[in-house]
Design a binder for this molecule. Structure first.
Ligand code: GUN
Length: 288
């Protein structure tokens, strides 16, 4: 079998176009434009690229982007002061603090300072609780993007066996909640799971989010399974070159799976598309 390639780039472009058209309607109806504030602390080059891409996508959707670049040495108190200003700024509908933060800042304290109703990343404990209990809140963008790709590929997910590999707060845990919400039978596997290949082999849906390059092999998969690869691992090559690879061994997996996301061009573009969608949803909720 050769898997269908799930085109996350195309799905993200369609979602972004949809958001842009909704933003235009929102502007006519309310006389205002949704705004997203993105906070970057320090000089981490990968984070700087993500923040730049988020700002660009926000502007391309017709929304306002407020970018706050702060020095790595800023105190936790000063960062919290900025967040409190953004919480009360009526032009700001969404607030995102790019992670990771420098070691002297406690990310939990920073995330707790964000108004849950502007928390478009869905990391505040109030939104974690809303997701777990089925209340309306904000859902983290990467797992939300994965869910949208799975629904588009498979239709109704009800009754399917899903295995999520990875238990992070950003991807693994919210992904499991979303799949449970769609009535899958969900297993969360992680670094201490015994006989991971055997656990993965029963899955109709595999979501790999462990951060280990090409760990999931084709012979771990049930034939026809849908495979979502959240990994973004940069592998150094010769002469200073490097390339990106996922958590799934694409060559062997695509010979067994029914459908699979590539890296790059799979989950990554959906994360940003979901972020701008969450920002529009926030503006609409705050306006109603
Ligand atoms: N760092 C890695 N992924 C994310 C994300 O989805 N949101 C934020 N704020 N930081 C991240």
């Amino acid at each position: 079998m050769t898997a269908r390639i799930i085109d996350g780039k195309a799905a993200a472009a369609a979602l972004r176009a949809d958001v842009a058209s909704e933003v235009a309607k929102f502007r006519v109806a309310t006389g205002r434009v949704p705004g997203l504030a993105v906070v970057l602390v320090g000089e981490d080059p990968a984070s700087a690229v993500y923040v730049r891409n988020k700002g660009k996508a926000t502007r391309e959707a017709g929304m306002l982007s407020f970018e706050h670049k702060l020095p790595a040495e800023i105190s936790e108190g000063k960062l919290v002061d900025l967040i409190e200003e953004l919480n009360t700024d009526p032009a700001v509908d969404g607030i995102l603090v790019q992670l990771p933060l420098p070691g002297h800042i406690d990310p939990d304290q920073v995330l707790l300072a964000i108004d849950p109703d502007k928390d478009v990343d869905g990391f505040h404990p109030i939104n974690v609780g809303r997701l777990a209990t089925g209340l309306n809140g904000f859902v983290p963008c990467t797992p939300l993007g994965c869910l949208k790709l799975l629904r588009a590929e498979l239709g109704d997910l009800s009754g399917k066996e899903a295995v999520v590999i990875g238990r992070s707060n950003i991807v693994g845990k919210p992904m499991a909640q979303l799949l449970l919400g769609d009535s899958c039978t969900v297993t969360i596997a992680h670094s201490r799971t015994r006989d991971l290949p055997e656990v993965v082999r029963r899955a109709d849906i595999v979501v790999a989010a462990v951060g280990r390059p090409e760990m999931v092999k084709g012979d771990w998969l049930k034939p026809g399974a849908a495979v979502i690869d959240v990994g973004i691992n940069r592998i150094a090559g010769e002469g200073g070159n490097s390339h990106l690879t996922g958590d799934v061994d694409f060559t062997s997996a695509s010979a067994v799976a029914g459908a699979i996301t590539p890296v790059p061009g799979g989950v990554g573009p959906m994360t940003i598309a979901c972020l701008i969608r969450n920002t529009l949803v926030s503006a609409a909720r705050r306006d109603s």
